[in-house]
Design a protein around this ligand. Structure first.
Ligand code: 13P
Length: 248
């Protein structure tokens, strides 16, 4: 019922070599497969859109400002992301929450900005290692979700990415039971807030997803795909993850 989604977040990586990888990836996709989204740095968005134009691969930004325009040196608006030909934008990644002190209320405003520009918002949430060790992990994630998500979300406008901070770039992943428990909680919360529409919102897992662990993670009923960092930089690493999702 929900279309699965393999999303790649290149973070602050991107050069001619990576554009070649993107071109290889785009050429390898059949027409019918999971949705595929690559989020390169803002400087490469237009080029990435061009490279993937005759393929099923879609392009997204990694962040946007909450305001439509104005005196915000170095920032880009959601409409600017849209103007490149991109169709989505990541908001609230833990690296932005940490590096740029973004709070849930800031992220909520960015989701609204993304919607105003007709972009799919990929909203990231996830706990720190200390929070995972404590007794209130699920409550903490639920609170983050509730505060970052505006009203009126639909399956067409919002994707949730659950990314435990301690699993990002570390090679460590939660147990399958922890992933199932967390994604089930997120699903319950989406349905409680948005009714039937909450069942259409996709929930991605992110944090050290690799060709070696993807298939197991995708067995979870409420895991609708992945948000992949390091393993999205090479077509040879990302393709097996897409393939595992296609088979799930
Ligand atoms: P890694 O796949 O490199 O752990 O990164 C995950 C991530 O942060 C994607 O947004």
């Amino acid at each position: 019922m929900r279309r699965s989604l393999a999303a790649g977040n290149w973070k602050m990586n991107g050069n001619a070599e990576l554009m070649e990888e993107l071109s290889t990836l785009a050429a390898a996709q059949p027409d019918a497969g999971p949705d595929i989204l690559i989020c390169p740095p803002a400087t490469l968005l237009s080029q990435a859109v061009e490279v993937t134009q005759n393929s099923p691969v879609r392009i997204g930004g990694q962040d946007c400002h909450a305001a439509p325009k104005g005196a915000h040196t170095g920032d880009i608006s959601a409409q600017m992301v849209k103007d490149t030909g991109a169709s989505a934008v990541i908001v609230g990644h833990s690296e932005r929450r940490a590096d740029h002190h973004e709070a849930d209320s800031d992220i909520r405003a960015k989701v609204e900005a993304a919607w105003a520009a007709d972009l799919l918002a990929i909203l990231c949430i996830g706990e720190s290692e200390d929070e995972r060790m404590g007794p209130d992990t699920l409550d903490i994630i639920a609170a983050q979700l509730d505060a970052s998500m505006p009203d009126g979300a639909t399956g067409e406008t919002l994707v949730i990415a659950y990314e435990p901070i301690w699993a990002i770039g570390t090679g460590r992943v939660p147990t399958l039971e922890q992933i199932i428990e967390t994604h089930d909680m997120i699903r319950d919360r989406l349905v409680a807030r948005f009714g039937a529409e909450g069942d259409k919102i996709r929930i991605l897992y992110g944090g050290s997803v690799k060709p070696t662990n993807a298939a197991e993670i995708f067995t979870a009923q409420n895991v609708d795909g992945a948000l992949v960092g390091g393993a999205s930089l090479k077509a040879a690493d990302f393709q097996p993850i897409i393939d595992a999702l296609a088979k799930a």
